[in-house]
Design a protein around this ligand. Sequence first.
Ligand code: HEM
Length: 198
Amino acid sequence: MRALWPNASREQAKPCALRQVKPHITHFCCNQVIRHTPPHIMNWNSLAQFIHILAVVLWIGGIVFMDGFLAPALRRAVAQAQPRAQLLYVLFRNFFAAIWGAGAALVITGYGMVFLRGGFGALSAAQWVMVVLGSAMVLLALYIFFVPFLRMRSAVLHGDWDAACAQAGRIRLLSTVNIVLAVPTILSGVWAVFGPLF
Ligand code: HEM
């Protein structure tokens, strides 16, 4: 048991019921902040959470920038379907190529943290929300890649610019669903670590 609060002492820290369920977290207990975790577990947790959040920032931040700012600006600036489809295709292709690593890191650290927390049986409600919504987001991203994006690529290769632009629209729409899903997912992550907001 490690006390992080400067004035905390071992005598003041009484056993906490939460310790059984959530041994990893920092929470208020006996008027102190206590981390019920051996240091080596804490280090793996810190590393996993750091990589998890980094991956989330790259992935979700990237979609927000592309869908919210870059794609609408391209639509306004480039009226013709052909150059717009070509530009959007290169944009999506490069983004997907870069984001595979972040997505893999997100899934590995996410399920790794499930393992570090003691498996699915030890998860709190908030952690379950994270696992379910997070996995749904990853599945949706895979669908976006394997269905509309690959259809867009085939349309671009065949010079069917209108079909390519239509698939680009589907990619943007489904990515917006992922941005919306990201809000409760991030909230559940915060809730899992710090408790409910209200
Ligand atoms: C493969 C799917 C995912 C799994 C299995 C997963 C699992 C987890 C677990 C187990 C935690 C630790 C909770 C705790 O410490 O009590 C966590 C934290 C977190 N996750 Fe996920 N996650 C996934 C995807 C996502 C996605 C897609 C997002 C963002 C949209 C996200 C955002 C967060 C955030 C913000 C935290 C809080 C980290 C912290 O403050 O330390 N996760 N996740």
